[in-house]
Design a protein around this ligand. Structure first.
Ligand code: 9PG
Length: 455
């Protein structure tokens, strides 16, 4: 679709949860992250050499006076660029072009996406997640302490994050969970809450028993080398070929296992691994492979298990997952300038980009729950100012997804009080501008944060 030369910025929609998303200069060249190629987790590998901006599934341009033109795919893949005053979509489509007032256009597109891909969007209730407090130190003993100290705090879900597994691929409890995972779920469930668990079902670590036993399940490139999906745990972590029937069977078995343990809220992470390019068993598959793998998971766990996607391709998650992380990690630091600005990589942990990227994906809320990641109430082990912590709290209300990761013993009395208020209040949220809201009569303008982010 064409647009006038006078058009303003381009809406860049990031490939997966952590990928930068927002309104950016239309004609300036892309700055690709300055990190080794195999460590790029948030750039679609098919677009590593792109010179001008593009977006996954959709793209839009500002026409002035609140009007925009949007071109969006109604399939689960597609890439949109703006070239010579045209929005150009590549991929199977079908394509949906719309022009009009910005919120009407995005709402209309979301409605069409929901019809095409299905829609699920449920608030799970307040979540406590172990990651941004206990990190890799999580253990059975610490979880017992967490459960005991929360008492009857109104968390609906207590979720064990990364750190319980032997290694990625070997989804058995490590030595820090000697009673096993069914016992962990049971401990959480006896408090009347839902037990949650983190898994990265499409990853396999170097040295895992999974690779040892089933090397054929690894996704390989054209030269036969395993495709590296991440480097977060030191050694390379590989992607599984999710188009193989044996891999699908293994994934289904894994999911039935964790549900049998008693976990009915699953945070499934690093999901982009299923959509990486490679020499798949079923050739030519990327987003389609991811979506079928996601459907395998849904079929294995049934309709009632809450599935949260993280590090996930966006459009192909709609209709399968209940919610999706819509930004990078809301770490207890505002902005890791070395990484975001100097290395041009805004996909890493930091509250400023968690806020900016998440807000630019609010429009997805009618078709999939949107998780902006955690809010902080602690001042200990936290480099966020009171004002910055307040913005994360407001963001949680705007997104309708409330998660916290502070260990209870890090909160002083006032902080605990503020947390209790957060868990019980439901402020009315009015949107009065693109990034400008009124919460229970109080103005909250995120515009300065969003406009501060570098492109
Ligand atoms: C567990 C974590 C948490 C977190 C997930 C994911 O690009 N990075 O440097 C990067 C770091 C951490 C990360 C994702 C990307 O975190 O988002 O909530 O579950 O895994 O390892």
């Amino acid at each position: 679709m064409t647009f006038p030369e006078s058009a303003g910025r381009f809406y860049q929609h990031g490939w997966q949860s952590w990928s930068p998303t927002g309104w950016r200069p239309r004609t300036t060249k892309l700055r690709h992250p300055v990190v080794p190629e195999h460590q790029l987790q948030a750039t679609d590998p098919a677009h590593l050499d792109d010179v001008y901006p593009g977006g996954a599934g959709l793209g839009a341009v500002e026409l002035g006076e609140g009007q925009v033109s949007l071109l969006g795919s109604l399939g689960s893949d597609g890439w949109v660029t703006s070239e010579n005053n045209r929005l150009v979509g590549t991929g199977a489509g079908p394509w949906h072009p719309i022009t009009g007032e910005e919120s009407t256009v995005f709402e209309g597109y979301a409605r069409e996406l929901g019809l095409a891909l299905g829609a699920r969007s449920a608030d799970p209730g307040p979540v406590w997640c172990s990651w941004y407090g206990l990190y890799g130190e999580v253990s059975e003993d610490l979880m017992s302490r967490v459960i005991a100290e929360w008492g009857d705090s109104p968390f609906s879900i207590i979720q064990i994050d990364d750190g319980w597994q032997r290694t990625n691929g070997d989804w058995h409890p490590n030595d820090d969970f000697p009673s096993g995972m069914a016992a962990q779920a049971e401990r959480i469930r006896t408090t009347g809450r839902t037990a949650g668990l983190w898994l990265a079902p499409f990853l396999a670590d170097t040295g895992s028993e999974l690779i040892d036993r089933y090397p054929e399940m690894l996704l390989r490139d054209e030269s036969g080398n395993p495709v590296v999906a991440a480097h977060n745990w030191g050694d390379p972590t590989f992607a599984l070929d999710v188009t193989r029937p044996d891999t699908q069977e293994w994934i289904g078995g894994l999911m039935r296992q964790v549900v049998a343990w008693g976990f009915t809220y699953l945070k499934l992470d690093f999901l982009y691994a299923a959509a990486l390019p490679g020499a798949h068993h079923r050739t030519g598959e990327r987003e389609g492979a991811y979506r079928r793998a996601a459907e395998t998971i849904r079929a294995a766990v049934g309709p009632d298990v809450y599935l949260l996607a993280c590090g996930a391709p966006m459009l192909p998650s709609i209709g399968v997952f209940d919610a999706i992380r819509v930004g990078p990690d809301a770490a207890p630091i505002w902005d890791d300038v070395n990484r975001t600005t100097h290395l041009a990589d805004r996909s890493g942990p930091g509250a400023a980009d968690a806020i900016s990227t998440s807000l630019n994906r609010l429009w997805l809320k009618s078709v999939i729950g949107i998780d902006p990641d955690v809010a902080y109430f602690r001042s200990r082990y936290c480099l966020l100012t009171r004002g910055q912590r307040g913005l994360l709290v407001d963001l949680a209300h705007v997104c309708g997804f409330r998660a916290v990761s502070d260990p209870p013993w890090w909160l002083d009395r006032d902080e605990r009080q503020a947390l209790d208020t957060f868990l019980t209040e439901h402020p009315t949220v009015q949107q009065v501008g693109r990034h400008h809201f009124v919460l229970d009569g109080r103005e909250v303008d995120f515009t300065p944060v969003v406009e501060s982010r570098p492109w």
